[in-house]
Ligand binder design. Structure first.
Ligand code: AMP
Length: 396
């Protein structure tokens, strides 16, 4: 018998759910799930927090709204005996290389990292503070950058003046780390081989897109950088451009730095090239023979190949190439496009496997032909489950 809610009887631990929260500046995504089984009892999003005309004034009100929504779905938060709350935090900066149990000091350190993630970290702190007042259980922060804290210096260092970089913690951090880590473990399971033996390239292609090179389970390269703007072409983000573009736009077009930042983050990528950022709409346009859509897909795939080639050079050998996230799991066109012409590198996609069920993959699946040098796989990501498991690992 143990009445302390922080240290419940371990025998009933595995039944109890973890609440995973992802607080943005005006939204709160939530999922209630049991980490061991992965069983989800509820999930959703509270939107328009703090916006004019919204009923939800702040993150505390958002938690009340979530509680009411859960009750509507038949889930009584007081009755489920919550084990812990896991918070997704975008930027762990140089400080956090692993998930941590949250205390006042951790909150202050996440807040102090705000210059590195001015949109994300203050929102995360607001969400964490509200949730700590609301739920008297352990809270854990899981950082999107943590998996990439292992990048070697030659991969994380930008060739800018050293003093400046050191003073402001300017380096490649990488993002989507929870997904890259989860997927690289799941792909090893799919192959029935220890992750320590595998060289992997993981392509997380969703609204945001990132690639990583993983040797023996340890990340050695990734395409996102100081911010999530670097690397692959994304829904609304440009990915790589000539860094000289900023000066050009400032001098020649008279754009301010905020305007350039907004344009590259919100109005570029697939949206900038075609007017739509959703791959489903892009696919329809491709089917209709739209030329702007064709070019956008070609640019998207060209950039992917660029990174796969670079990561082959860094790894020396790729055993597994994994697609994940909304586009990676649902677009056979992108997967076939990447493999096209890469036979010489041992990378090939079997058309029947790639296009089975309309190309929509819901379970880890191999799509390369039998006997391929590189196993090409599609592995659905599940960041909430990964956060719930990492949270449970820290509080048991
Ligand atoms: P994510 O960020 O992982 O949720 O991925 C979101 C993106 O996945 C959407 O913007 C779509 O572009 C893409 N997506 C989702 N479902 C499909 C589908 N059935 N076919 C093609 N793309 C899809």
């Amino acid at each position: 018998m143990n009445d302390n809610p922080h240290q419940p009887d371990p025998s009933d631990q595995t039944e109890r759910p973890v609440l995973v929260l992802n607080a943005g500046s005006s939204s709160l995504k939530y999922q209630l799930l049991v980490p061991e089984s992965g069983e989800v009892s509820a999930s959703g999003v509270i939107e328009r927090i703090g916006e004019s005309g919204s009923d939800v004034a702040d993150h505390a009100a958002a938690l009340e709204a979530m509680r009411a929504r859960l009750a509507d779905d038949g889930v009584d938060l007081d009755a489920v005996s919550l084990r812990a709350v896991g918070h997704r935090v975008v930027h762990g900066g140089p400080d956090f290389s692993e998930p941590v149990v949250i205390d006042d000091d951790v909150v202050a350190r996440i807040q102090a990292l705000s210059p590195l993630a001015p949109l994300h970290n203050p929102a995360a702190v607001t969400g964490i503070e509200a949730a700590r007042s609301h739920f008297d259980v352990p809270h854990v922060a899981v950082f999107d950058t943590a998996f990439f804290s292992t990048l070697p210096p030659e991969a994380s260092t930008y060739a800018v003046p050293r003093d400046l970089a050191q003073k402001h913690a300017i380096r490649r951090y990488g993002f989507h780390g929870t997904s890259h880590q989860f997927v690289s473990r799941a792909s090893a399971e799919l192959l029935g081989r220890p992750v320590e033996e595998l060289n992997q390239v993981v392509l997380h292609l969703g609204n945001g897109c990132s690639a990583s090179a993983i040797r023996g389970g340890v990340a050695i390269e990734t395409s996102m950088g100081l911010t999530p703007l670097q690397g692959l072409v994304m829904g609304t983000r440009s990915g790589d451009v000539d860094p000289g573009l900023h000066a050009f736009l400032s001098r020649q077009v008279g754009l301010s730095i905020d305007e350039i930042d907004e344009m590259l983050n919100k109005r570029s990528g697939l949206l900038g090239l075609t007017g739509v950022n959703d791959f489903r709409e892009l696919s329809k346009r491709l089917d209709a023979g739209d030329e702007a859509a064709r070019l956008a897909l070609d640019v998207f795939v060209h950039r992917l190949k660029h990174y796969v080639g670079a990561y082959l050079a860094h790894l020396g050998r790729i055993d597994v190439l994994v697609f994940t996230a909304g586009v990676g799991q649902n677009s056979p066109r992108v997967r076939a496009g990447l493999a096209n012409g890469l036979d010489g590198l041992g990378i090939a996609v079997d058309p029947a496997r790639n296009e089975a069920d309309g190309g929509r993959v819901t379970e880890p699946t191999v799509i390369s032909p039998d006997g391929s040098r590189v196993v090409v796989a599609v592995v659905p990501t599940n960041e909430e489950l990964a956060i719930a498991r990492q949270t449970a690992d820290l509080v048991h």
